[in-house]
Design a binder for this molecule. Structure first.
Ligand code: NAD
Length: 322
């Protein structure tokens, strides 16, 4: 590489389906050099090498390294955490809490030792609780810790609406708040296709059917795959978030964020529209919610508080948290 031009460094912890596909998407976007880390060393090394060999074909310059040693992640600008266990048929995301909390806590502590200035993007499920855990364990300001879920949930709803209307998916925009998947709170009045509110284009029953399918979108894929969960769309969503952080774009994207009074709640993570730019989560956009939306949001927060209590009971965070 030519001396003098600093390339961004992105470390991805967990080189499974989501982590390795995110590495590929980030490389294809040429966002920076990538370290892929996994507890199973050969997996990270083999996948990093495989993606590196795409470079001449795809025309990207990202360098890729696979490792099990956090020292190799030193000086990362962004650390993406995708390590842990994914759902299998019959499991909810919340069922993963106990097993994944230890993995995420260790990943946050180890990664920050080498990259104290990094942004954290949490993917591991249950993502809102894991984002909260990362925020509390790291002690970082909330601007630097975000969870990936809303980009994916809204992408699922956008895809289904676009398919129904036979519109380009790029022209469909949605607003999804609250929790990931089952707990999402879609705001249909802010959902448009080609700039037209979708309520003018589709009957209410159709919209409800599409919302229900998006809400269960992850589970539909889990039951088809049988051995793991979705990863192409999640990886694309991760790359979008990294792109917004490193590309100086200030895009408004739905992220899981630590609330400090927004939407009437604090000390809890929830999906909200945020401006993501070079200083991280620069702003949370607050929307007026209608009573049924407020109720759905409140139910989600109640569930999150229960998960935070489980984190405290498991010794992952201090008992007074949440
Ligand atoms: P996967 O099983 O394919 O990969 C997980 C990887 O983590 C494995 O390679 C495993 O070896 C590694 N790992 C486990 N413990 C580790 C540790 N302590 N340190 C480093 N690496 C470790 O799973 P996946 O499909 O890639 O999913 C990863 C996580 O992301 C799951 O928890 C899944 O539920 C979650 N997920 C979240 C979203 C979202 O929208 N937030 C979407 C998809 C998946």
């Amino acid at each position: 590489m030519v001396e003098g031009r600093k390339r961004a460094k992105i470390s991805i912890v967990g080189a499974g389906n989501v982590g390795s596909t995110a590495a590929m998407r980030i490389a294809q976007r040429n966002l920076g050099d990538i370290v892929l880390l996994d507890i199973v060393p050969g997996v990270a090394k083999g996948k990093a090498l495989d993606i590196l060999q795409m470079a001449p074909v795809e025309g990207f310059e990202s360098d890729l390294v696979g490792t099990s040693d956090y020292a190799d992640t030193e000086g990362s600008d962004v650390v993406v955490i995708c390590a842990g266990v994914a759902r299998r048929p019959g499991m909810s995301r919340d069922d993963l809490l106990a097993v994944n909390a230890g993995v995420v806590k260790c990943a946050v502590e180890s990664a920050l030792k080498w990259s104290p200035e990094a942004f954290l993007v949490v993917v591991t499920n249950p993502v809102d609780a894991m984002t909260y855990l990362a925020k509390v364990v790291s002690g970082l300001p909330r601007e630097r810790v975000m969870g990936m879920a809303g980009v994916l949930d809204s992408a699922r709803l956008r895809a289904f609406i676009a398919q129904e209307l036979d519109f380009s998916p790029a022209d469909v925009h949605t607003m999804v708040l609250g929790g990931h998947g089952d707990h999402m709170v879609p705001i249909i009045r802010y959902t448009t296709a080609g700039g037209i509110p979708v309520r003018y284009l589709l009957p209410e029953e159709t919209l409800q059917r599409l919302v229900d399918r998006a809400r269960a979108g992850g589970g539909e894929i889990v039951s088809l795959l049988q051995t793991g969960s979705a990863f192409y769309a999640p990886a694309a969503a991760v790359a979008r978030m990294v792109d917004s952080l490193l590309g100086n774009r200030r895009r408004i994207i739905n992220v899981s964020a630590y609330l400090e009074g927004e939407y009437g709640y604090r000390d809890v993570c929830a999906g909200v529209p945020g401006m993501v730019g070079p200083t991280g989560l620069e702003k949370i956009v607050e929307l007026d919610l209608e009573p049924p939306e407020q109720e759905a949001f409140a139910r989600f927060i109640q569930r999150q508080r229960a998960l935070v209590k489980e984190l405290a009971a498991g010794g992952f965070i201090a008992p007074e948290s949440g």
